[in-house]
Design a protein around this ligand. Sequence first.
Ligand SMILES: [Zn+2]
Ligand SMILES: [Zn+2]
Length: 264
Amino acid sequence: MYVDSHCHLTFEGLAERIDDVREAMAAAHVDRALAICTTLEEFEQVHALAMAYDNFWCSVGVHPDNEDVREPTLDDLLALAARPRVVAIGETGLDYFRLNGRSVAAMAGHRERFRVHIRAGRGCGKPLVIHTRSASADTLAILREEGVQGAAPHARGVFHCFTETAEVARAALDLGFYISFSGIVTFRNAEDLRDVARFVPLDRMLIETDSPYLAPVPHRGKTNQPAYVADVGVALARLRGIEPNALAAATSANFEHLFKVPAT
Ligand SMILES: [Zn+2]
Ligand SMILES: [Zn+2]
C-alpha cells in the first residue's frame, strides 16, 4: 500500500469528485493521503476532508506563492494545528521562481511568513512541509537561523516535491528532514533528479503526487490524483533496483513516523 504524502484535494479537478478520487486510490493500492493546506481561507475545507475520511489527514499553512490572502500569525497556526487530524505545518517555504519582476531582496515578506511557520512547527511539535524552488540557500539558512538544526532524533519535516541537487538533499537530510519525490522523477528530462533519488536513503524518503499538478508518466496531460502516487513509487523502486512492495512499505512507514500517523 502506498501513501500520497502531499496532495491538494480542495483544488479544482479533485474537490468536485472526491468519491471517484477515493475509488481510484483503492484500486491503485493507495490507502492514505495527506491533504495540504495553502491558505487560511482554504483550511476549513481541507480540514473537513480529514475529518470526514479516516484515511485522510491535513496540514495548516499558507503557501509562499499565495499573495492577497490572509497572512497567518503564529497564534492562527497554533490554534488550527491543535485541531484533530492536523498533522503538519505547511506547505511553507520560499519560492523565488515566480518573482514577477521583483528582486530576491524584495521578498522579505515571504521570508517572514516562512519564519512564522517554522516557529509554529516548533511550538506545536508538528513537522514542516517545505516547498522550496529556486531558493534552496535561503530556505536552508532560515531553517538554521530559526534553530532547526542538529541531529534530529525525529524528523523536522519534509522537503516536498524535491527538484534540487544532491547537495541540497544532503543538507536537508543533515537538518533532520525527509525528502519527498513526486511524478517529476518519471519525466524524461529528469535524469539529474533520478540520481538524487538513488542517493536519498530509503528510510528518509517519501512519495507524493502534488496533485492535481504534475501527473506522472504514463498519465502526463491528465489531472493528477492520489492514485497515481503508485506510479511514482514503481518508478522509484525500479531506479533503486528494489521491489515496489519494499518501496511502498518503507515510504509508508516513513509517513507514519514523520506525521505520527498510526500504522494500518
Ligand atoms: Zn509545493
Ligand atoms: Zn503542494
